[in-house]
Design a protein around this ligand. Structure first.
Ligand SMILES: Cc1ncc(C[n+]2csc(CCOP(=O)(O)OP(=O)(O)O)c2C)c(N)n1
Length: 351
């Protein structure tokens, strides 16, 4: 089955073109945009881990290694599209337009961290696995019924494909031919469970066959392959051809969250040939004359400053309102919650 789903790539591990058709479509502007966003979210990610270690941030789900998958796909979206992320896709949501400070607030358990910017349709991160797939199909269906050109993307991991919601989301989207892209980041593990223990299918992409939709396997560490293939799936969706399933094969370098230790369940490296997606882009830039020391230095300083400013903004926030836990569940609070809220506030001596 695997041979029916070869991994598409545009640039190899050493940063050389394997698909020459794309040489003309890749220009300096695109290369710099991809590099800037990948460096920006990596700087954010590493800072978040440090903050968690210092007790300045709650538990955090790192995405290092998945930058090409998240940036490449987020840059393929239009501003009015819908994004349905998981707890690991803040690289994608930040690239799409969510602020870093808001994202830090989310990881501090703040309700403010779930609020999307006014000009972007970004759902709060889905923590229950795969629940966001039917949501994305529903949002896309609504856009179709309204006759717009807007589409939706649902991000999810390999483990999510073992959940019922994955199958319901794909089936619904296919039957109603809705404009949605199901974007899987196959990072090899669902917490500590390797993909071979998760499923008997050789690939995730082949699951598209059961739902009568196109499915592709792409190199999730090749930002160009991710960008162009996701764009193609979106064009297809906007043209009325319905959903696509994309499997971006990648590697989660760190822990599932800052609460676990990956050395207990897997090797440190993916394999002999593994090259970090950011290093791969750097090699490409050097190979094809896009590398410029001065620009790189300025970009590093800019992204570091941006992250530091976001930390300051997060830390300036007043203490959270303890009632948030109760106030943001239902539009109208049911009696049992109202009772619990009153009891809690009384316990804290705030009534
Ligand atoms: C419905 C549900 N079941 C179980 C969990 C516990 N859980 C949290 S993350 C996770 C693994 C998810 O793996 P995957 O979908 O591959 O995403 P990744 O974390 O690798 O990005 C599980 C089982 C959950 N959050 N929701």
């Amino acid at each position: 089955m695997e041979h029916n789903y070869p991994i598409k790539r545009i640039v190899d591990d050493k940063g050389y073109f394997v698909d020459a058709d794309f040489e003309k479509q890749i220009d300096e502007q695109l290369v710099k945009k991809l590099y800037y966003h990948m460096l920006r979210i990596r700087t954010f990610d590493r800072k978040a881990i440090n903050l968690q270690r210092q007790g300045r941030l709650g538990t955090y789900a790192p995405f290092e290694g998945q930058e090409a998958a998240q940036v490449g796909s987020a840059l393929a979206l239009n501003a009015d599209d819908w994004v349905f992320p998981t707890y690991r896709d803040h690289g994608a949501t930040i690239t799409f337009g969510k602020s870093m400070a808001t994202t830090f607030l989310y990881w501090n358990g703040r309700v403010e961290g779930c609020v999307a910017p006014a000009d972007r349709n970004i759902f709060p991160p889905a923590v229950p696995i795969a629940t966001q797939l039917p949501h994305a199909a529903g949002a896309a269906w609504a856009e179709k019924r309204r006759g717009t050109q807007n589409a939706a993307i649902a991000y999810f991991g390999d483990g999510a494909t073992s959940e019922g919601d994955f199958h319901e989301g794909l089936n619904f989207a296919s039957v109603f031919k809705v404009p949605v892209v199901f974007f899987n980041q196959n990072n090899g593990y669902a917490i500590s469970v390797p993909i071979e223990k998760q499923m008997n299918s050789a690939t995730i992409a082949q699951k598209s066959v059961a739902y009568g939709m196109p499915g592709f396997r792409i190199d999730g560490n090749d930002c160009f392959a991710v960008y162009f293939e996701t764009k193609k799936a979106f064009d297809n969706a906007r043209n009325g051809n319905g959903p696509t399933l994309i499997e971006a094969v990648t590697w989660r370098k760190g822990a599932h969250t800052t609460a676990d230790d990956p050395s207990k369940y897997r090797p440190e490296k993916q394999g002999e040939n593994y090259v970090d997606p950011l290093i791969r882009l750097e090699l490409f830039m050097k190979n094809y004359g896009y590398w410029n020391d001065e620009w790189i230095q300025t970009t590093k300083e800019k992204t570091t400053r941006e992250v530091e400013e976001a930390v300051e903004e997060m830390e300036k926030f007043p203490p959270p309102n303890v009632a948030d836990v109760f106030d943001n569940v239902y539009a109208e609070m049911p009696a049992h919650l109202a009772e619990q809220k009153a009891a809690y506030l009384a316990h804290l001596g705030r009534q």
